[in-house]
Design a protein around this ligand. Structure first.
Ligand code: UD1
Length: 422
């Protein structure tokens, strides 16, 4: 297994182009199953999760061609089939549950394994299933598999018991071809959902209320394949800003949407960094009076849970105390033990992390436990004295494109080393 060797202490400097958003691309790739013909997706990031979802839709009958260099994915759909997907395909990625929406819409049946994904707590899919049931789908759970059947999908008024990005996406995809008016309440406002909605609209879907808590879908008979460009990845953008912040560097993100990461840039400004935003750019430089912060993860436009681990690395070195409260996932502090090995002073009480900052981090062998925990370790290692070896980097391969190349281009001393013992 490959590992990273990072020699910390280099100030990052320069411009970095942000890739397409993983969490928008995943449902959009799956949603292409809703129309026969050829869909062309641009700005698709070349990531492990993307390769996995491509295999998933191929398994369901789509033909694909991924030009990784140019980030263009062509998806040809003529006949799709339902079928229990091999467990190895779904076990690594929770987003595989997204196939339920399109399969139910087109075939009235879907069989999937209960999904895996990051090891961050329970992550059930009960809201997805309750929504499908409201649309007249019969759900059975057998041997770790979900079996969903409907003679005909019915439009529904459905209120999600809690905001769920995945359930909002899945129910939108299920209802676009269902004749009648479906009203989804307590929807996720995440830009990824808006991007999916814009893609579906371009295909001919009749959707209103995107980016609000109530999304209304009037079913149409047929969707037409289109060419669509995936929006930029706000979590990758946030991760690079934090890498710039922790090294006290001068980093400019290009090809990003500044508004999507405003909760982070607000926090960075309060913590003593200068932030300059352009139309599609954000620049960070160190300012005066750096200090700790208090933050709570929340659904968009609140602070994203996917940046909770990365921001904790920054808290470790900022003077003063930072308080971080995780409200979205119940087991999302697996990076804490590893950050402590680098010298962070973090205590955890339930879902509250208290970080005593101002620490000088020092290298140590550490390992990633999930995708965003992995990002936090890379960020911390960039600031740590000495050479840090990070194992299990397959986690960050799921969601960060060309991480080594991008960080090296900013002046980081990072190498991906082949082989390793665990
Ligand atoms: C998506 C993102 C993930 C991000 C998360 C929250 C993708 C592929 N992944 O994950 O990166 O961290 O949004 O912004 O887009 N829940 C239930 N029942 C359900 C569904 C969700 O209890 O049926 C709970 C979850 O356990 C979690 C919370 O709701 O505590 C939010 O989950 P959700 O928004 O669904 O996250 P994902 O779509 O899995």
């Amino acid at each position: 297994m490959d590992y990273y060797k990072i020699k910390g202490g280099k100030k990052l400097r320069g411009e970095i182009k942000i890739s397409g958003a993983k969490n928008a691309a995943l449902p959009i790739i799956v949603a292409s199953l809703l129309a026969d013909g050829e869909t062309v997706l641009k700005n698709v990031p070349d990531l492990m999760d993307i390769r996995t979802i491509i295999r998933v839709i191929e398994y369901l009958g789509a033909e694909t061609e991924f030009d990784r260099e140019n980030h263009i994915l062509k998806i040809k759909v003529s006949k799709i089939k339902n079928g229990e997907m091999p467990y190895e395909l779904v076990k690594t990625m929770r987003a595989s549950v997204y196939v339920m929406g399109p399969l139910l819409a087109r075939l009235g049946e879907a069989d999937v394994s209960l999904p895996g994904g990051c090891a961050i707590g329970e992550r059930p899919v009960d809201i997805h299933l309750a929504g499908f049931e409201a649309m007249g789908v019969r759900i059975e759970l057998e041997h770790g598999n979900i079996k969903a059947r409907a003679k005909k999908l019915a439009p529904a008024n459905f209120t999600m018991r809690q905001i769920s990005v995945g359930a909002t996406a899945n129910l939108m995809m299920a209802s676009v071809l269902t004749s009648g008016k479906t009203v989804l309440e307590n929807c996720a406002l995440e830009p990824d959902i808006v991007d999916l909605g814009l893609f579906l609209k371009k295909m001919g879907a009749n959707i209103s209320g995107l980016g609000t808590e109530r999304i209304t879908i009037e079913g149409v008979k047929k969707l037409t394949p289109v060419t669509y460009t995936i929006m930029p990845d706000r979590i990758e953008a946030g991760t690079f800003l934090l890498a710039g912040a922790i090294t006290k560097g001068d980093v400019t993100l290009t090809d990003c949407v500044p508004e999507h990461i405003q909760s982070l840039t607000d926090l960075l400004k309060e913590s003593g960094y200068n932030i300059e935003t352009g139309k599609n750019t954000v620049r960070i430089t160190p300012g005066k009076n750096q200090k700790g912060f208090m933050i709570k993860t929340l659904p968009y436009p609140g602070f994203p849970t996917d940046l909770q681990a990365p921001v904790m690395s920054l808290a470790s070195i900022l003077p003063g105390i930072s308080v971080i409260i995780e409200t979205i996932f119940e087991n999302r502090y697996t990076h804490v033990g590893e950050l402590r090995r680098l010298g962070s002073d973090i205590s955890i009480e339930g879902n509250v992390a208290i970080v005593k900052g101002g620490k000088k981090l020092m290298s140590a062998p550490i390992m990633m436990s999930d995708l965003r925990a992995g990002a936090s370790l890379v960020i911390a290692a960039l600031a740590a004295k000495g050479t840090t070896e990070i194992r299990r980097i397959y986690h960050s391969d799921r969601g960060y494109e060309k991480l080594t190349e991008k960080l090296s281009a900013l002046g980081a001393d990072i190498k991906r080393v082949k082989g390793g013992t665990f």
